[in-house]
Ligand binder design. Structure first.
Ligand SMILES: NC(=O)c1ccc[n+]([C@@H]2O[C@H](COP(=O)([O-])OP(=O)(O)OC[C@H]3O[C@@H](n4cnc5c(N)ncnc54)[C@H](O)[C@@H]3O)[C@@H](O)[C@H]2O)c1
Length: 374
């Protein structure tokens, strides 16, 4: 298969969808790998590193026009919409439940769009979201600690305190992968950490692995209100897979928060879990609402591209190999987790939550592709 790797053009996005090590693996399996000029620069992979493992360096036009399978990191932005086309399989983060113009552009183009974030195993794990969630969660705790500093508009509080002075309070809403990793770093900094979660099973698991080091509390509107008003840092880390994030933190709750507190809405890539959240970028990461610093960077792992690119390729490569080796139809027939990643195909929306979010018709994937093992 002809596999292309496009350069990311979203502001402050330095990741690339394939490392030279991944390119070598695909080349060894007999596939033809083309990488757009300077696609790996931001992750410290120069063109020469790809050429050294047998990949070709090609132009922007060629990587989109000549590939069968195009690997990206972030969703296409408006200037890339004209490049979407029938016959191309796009494998990338899409988050289209929160992006109607892109959903329509994908459907109208007839492209096959496979979303990393909706590849989901039978036990509901999200293997291609997990590595980025680990990174974003760890960064969220760092960002929270950083923006508490007075010169940056914060309360002027050292999150970990010092002997004789109490530490700050971190409230994490959603105890999944982002929430767990945020909590681990916040605990490491010495903060007083509470996780609000709504899954009892997940709380039991968190209790096993974090026992005694965090407070675990059942999430409810009342509990969220009480917790966020006492917090110095709130980290929004909820997810309803493939759907828009629920607005759990209302404008009134933000008004009741401490002046100079920090709200890191990691769930911003799914629309955000506060009524006051809107996406920001690494070059302008924060804004203030009612005295609360909001950090809502939609592509947090982009800040640490060397770590993120390697972690992403580690996770995506087995799926890329499956699509390349078997073709999409057979690969999704063999692997239900990959099948759940297909969001659009042949002009149809094949992921139910996306269709619902935009009032579009939903077509089950098995109505378009045969899913019984071949
Ligand atoms: N901004 C970024 O750069 C970035 C990077 C990675 C992930 N994310 C986003 O972070 C969010 C969390 O991702 P994740 O991998 O941790 O997901 P996850 O599925 O591992 O965890 C989500 C958790 O939220 C819990 N939850 C759902 N509704 C809740 C509620 N009402 N109250 C409390 N908990 C609730 C679920 O039970 C689950 O444990 C997602 O929206 C994801 O897209 C953002």
């Amino acid at each position: 298969m002809k596999i292309g790797v496009a350069k990311e053009i979203k502001p402050d996005e330095y990741r690339v969808a394939l490392t030279p090590a991944g390119a070598l693996e695909l080349g060894r399996r007999g596939h033809d790998v083309s990488v757009e000029t300077r696609a790996g620069d931001g992750s410290s992979f120069p063109d020469s590193a790809y050429e050294a493992v047998g990949a070709r360096i090609v132009s922007l036009e060629d990587v989109w026009a000549d590939s069968d399978l195009l690997l990206k990191v972030k969703e296409p932005i408006a200037s890339e919409y004209p490049r979407l086309r029938e016959g191309l399989i796009l494998f990338t983060y899409l988050h289209i439940a929160a992006d109607e113009p892109l959903t329509r552009a994908l459907v109208e183009s007839g492209i096959t769009a496979v979303a990393y974030e909706t590849v989901e195993t039978d036990n509901h794990a999200l293997p291609l979201l997990a590595p980025m969630s680990e990174i974003a969660g760890r960064l969220a705790a760092q960002a929270g600690a950083y923006f508490l500093e007075k010169p940056l508009g914060g309360r002027g509080l050292l999150l970990g305190g010092v002997p004789g002075v109490a530490p700050g309070r971190v409230v994490v809403i959603g105890g999944g992968i982002v929430g767990y990793n945020a909590a681990v770093i916040a605990i490491g900094l010495g903060a007083n950490v509470t996780i609000l979660e709504r899954s009892i099973d997940r709380m039991r698991h968190l209790d096993e692995i974090l026992s005694g080091r965090v407070s675990l509390v059942m999430s409810s509107s009342l509990q969220i209100e009480e917790s966020v008003t006492e917090a110095d840092v709130v980290i929004g880390a909820v997810l309803i897979p493939g759907a828009v994030a629920p607005k759990l933190v209302t404008r009134e709750m933000v008004r009741e928060m401490k002046q100079g507190a920090v709200f890191c809405d990691v769930a911003i890539d799914q629309g955000g879990c506060a009524e006051t959240s809107h996406p920001t970028t690494h070059s302008d990461p924060v804004y203030e609402v009612d005295g609360v610093t909001h950090y809502c960077v939609a592509n947090m792992p982009g800040a640490v591209p060397i770590t993120s690119t390697k972690a992403l390729t580690n996770a995506t490569l087995p799926y890329v190999e499956a699509v390349a080796d078997y073709g999409l139809a057979e690969a999704v027939a063999r692997d239900p987790a990959l099948a759940r990643g297909v969001n659009a195909l042949d002009g149809r929306v094949t992921y139910e939550a996306v269709a619902e979010a935009h009032n579009l018709e939903y077509t089950p994937l098995e109505d378009v592709l045969p899913l019984s093992p071949v």
